[in-house]
Design a protein around this ligand. Structure first.
Ligand SMILES: [Mn+2]
Length: 432
């Protein structure tokens, strides 16, 4: 498939932008004037937003599903090269997603071919994700009763070797991190010894850690429950922190927003991990009840803002080696995955822009004076500012679309790609 066929035509983006540019310029000027009264330079905020990027998960461009059913969409990607094309559309229109996070073995391919396709589509590869939560065809040992913490040493070894394989492939395609999430846990009290299971897990991740190239980071991802429903081996940020501490300087904690109990104060967890130098990165999504994997910012945009408030705070204090990786991780059951991922990337960008508007000097004074009302109000003031003109202007200047969703729909990419990609059933729209 040629470049012209698979991506949105430049002329269409220009035409769509032309229809909206005058209005955007006016909105941007009005907001700029408003912000200047708060001593904020709108162009500086826009430049920071322009440089912000969040990685797209390769598995996100396929339609997800629940444990009840999966309803496939039109033109679903059949393999990693189709997925990369979809990811490039998201980046082309939003200019907020320059990289893709791969999941192995779902996305396994010749590294040279992956690199060539990424270059053609102007994409880079983000963190690698291993998969020891399901069995692959021809696999010697089953993960039914766990992987890195399995009672059988040979099963653990197989899971270790798979993770090392992910590092090797990642190293060949310019990735710099490995994210480990496993389904290990148990369903019944007494099924395992908590301590023994965690010892086995630690020994396994240590074996993986020793194979990490010097420039790499290893992220472990905690999750409170599921697929194990009584306990999971890395259940919360505390256990995750212990792992990162045990492993060493290249090990960090990854926070998936959906992997906590309802109402857990995630921004506080983020602050703790920042304080002790162990925040590795994020899987952004949103949830109402559990690991719902809903679109980022669709349920609780204020929580997302509060997470970014901590990140901007850390950024402005220029903490050493503070460079968390940002990724989306969601499952799309009723929407076009490309639209959901575009919307989510822009929501993450929005939270960042809003967090940049917080008057941190005033906030500190209110905090020191115990003025709870005004401290809270200071955050709300930034959160409530409509930063859409900043985001849209950043997109326009970077060659993206002022209105990414409308332009995508006008391009008829989904319909066109549907004609070229025959329907597949059961393709992995993984939920991790
Ligand atoms: Mn995740």
């Amino acid at each position: 498939m040629s470049l012209q066929e698979c991506m949105v035509e430049k002329a269409l983006i220009e035409k769509e932008n032309e229809a909206r540019q005058l209005e955007l310029t006016r909105d941007y000027e009005v907001l700029g004037e408003k912000l200047s009264r708060q001593n904020i330079n709108i162009d500086k905020i826009k430049n920071k937003v322009s440089q912000y990027g969040v990685a797209v998960p390769s598995w996100g461009v396929g339609t997800g599903g629940t444990r009840f059913a999966r309803f496939p969409g039109i033109g679903e990607p059949r393999h990693i090269f189709d997925k990369l094309e979809d990811c490039s559309v998201i980046q082309q229109l939003t200019r907020a997603t320059p990289s893709v996070s791969l999941h192995i073995p779902w996305d396994k391919a010749n590294p040279k071919d992956l690199m060539a396709e990424a270059e053609r589509l102007s994409l880079k590869f983000d963190a690698m994700n291993s998969n020891t939560f399901q069995d692959q065809e021809g696999q010697t040992h089953s993960y039914k009763y766990g992987s890195l913490s399995h009672t059988n040493g040979e099963t653990r070894q197989q899971a270790i070797e798979h993770n090392i394989e992910c590092i090797e492939l990642g190293d060949a395609i310019g990735s710099k991190a490995l994210t480990i999430w496993g389904g290990d846990g148990f369903n019944f009290p007494g099924q395992r010894k908590f301590t023994r299971q965690f010892e086995r897990y630690l020994d396994s991740v240590k074996a993986i850690y020793t194979k990490l190239p010097e420039t790499w980071r290893l992220f472990t991802e905690h999750k409170i429950f599921e697929p194990a429903f009584y306990s999971t081996v890395v259940q919360d940020w505390g256990t995750n922190y212990l792992i990162a501490k045990e492993l060493g300087d290249q090990a960090y904690c990854l926070v998936d927003l959906g992997h906590h109990a309802p109402n857990v104060n995630i921004e506080m967890i983020v602050a703790r991990l920042i304080q002790f130098g162990k925040l590795g990165g994020f899987h952004f999504n949103d949830s109402k009840y559990g690991d719902d994997d809903l679109d980022t910012g669709s349920i609780d945009p204020y929580r997302l803002f509060l997470v970014f408030n901590e990140l901007v705070n850390a950024e402005q204090h220029a903490l050493d080696d503070f460079d968390p990786m940002h990724m989306l991780d969601q499952s799309h059951n009723v929407t076009d995955p490309i639209e959901s991922l575009m919307m989510s990337a822009m929501e993450v960008q929005r939270a960042y822009a809003n967090a940049l508007l917080v008057d941190r000097h005033a906030l500190e004074i209110y905090q020191n004076e115990n003025d709870a009302l005004m401290a809270s109000h200071t955050l709300k003031l930034a959160f409530r500012t409509n930063v859409e003109p900043i985001l849209a202007m950043a997109r326009l200047e970077n060659g993206g679309a002022i209105d990414a969703i409308a332009t995508y729909r006008a391009s008829k990419y989904r319909q066109k790609i549907g004609e070229k990609r025959p329907a597949v059933s059961g393709a992995g729209g993984g939920i991790v």
